[in-house]
Design a protein around this ligand. Structure first.
Ligand code: DC
Length: 224
């Protein structure tokens, strides 16, 4: 088993950016597990398979191939051989993914794929259930929290930069609804692992959060 850093946190907590910075500075392979659920959701949407159609989903899962690649410092996501790095971030996937991520047979397929990635390399893996379900024995567990208002502000700003026209109220209500679906689902609900280190990023800069996590990782690596 490699050295495993688990980072769990809600959408907009900054965990993607922070994971990337920490992975580069600590020489860890970064893995974005949300991208994997986004791939499954996209494959289902493209084939018009609803999140309640378990036979249809089973068929998708039997044929799916998800690859996460790091090319020139950028993460590329391939779904069945096609580059979907941009497509999995569209509003269509954004608004549907939480429903698919709540489906047990989807999680039962994706979780072992994630565990395998930690067998042979040192990783920092970000998601919602990494410290609780995927790697309950991770070397370092971080729970990166952030208030909903601040998360909505960040997402709203990102949207404006991307030219997406959504009001702040719409963004806030989407974030709240996704949070509800993720925390209330029966399978692998999004909760803090008891032994995870809690960091609230609401009033911290990206650098402050990254430095703090790096310090925690260094301490643990020295002990190992
Ligand atoms: O982090 P993200 O927004 O890209 O995640 C996409 C969706 O997948 C979101 O609904 C949460 C879900 N997810 C999950 O259930 N478990 C994970 N380990 C990662 C993401």
């Amino acid at each position: 088993m490699g050295f495993i850093v688990a980072v769990d946190g809600p959408a907009g907590s900054g965990k993607g950016t922070i994971t990337k910075i920490v992975s580069e500075r600590m020489n860890l392979v970064s893995i974005d597990t949300g991208a994997m659920y986004r791939c499954v959701a996209l494959d289902c949407l493209n084939n018009e398979i609803d999140s309640t159609d378990l036979d249809g989903i089973e068929n998708i899962l039997n044929n799916i191939k998800i690859e996460l690649k790091n090319e020139d410092g950028k993460q590329k996501v391939l779904l069945n051989g096609k580059d979907v790095s941009e497509e999995i971030r569209t509003a269509k996937v954004d608004n549907a993914v939480a429903k698919y991520a709540a489906v047990k047979i989807i999680r039962d397929k994706v979780t072992p794929m994630q565990r395998k990635m930690g067998e042979t390399q040192n990783i920092i893996m970000e998601g919602r259930d990494i410290g609780t379900v995927v790697f309950p024995n991770a070397d370092v567990k971080i729970f990166l929290d952030c208030s909903v208002e601040e998360r909505a502000r960040r997402r709203y700003k990102q949207n404006l930069e991307k030219g997406i026209n959504e009001t702040f109220e719409e963004v806030l209500s989407n974030i709240k609804e996704r949070h509800r679906l993720e925390t209330e689902r029966e399978v692998a609900p999004f909760v803090k692992a008891e032994d995870a280190i809690y960091i609230d990023s609401s009033n911290m800069t990206i650098e402050e959060v990254s430095d703090k996590i790096i310090e925690i990782i260094k301490q643990k690596m020295n002990k190992r």
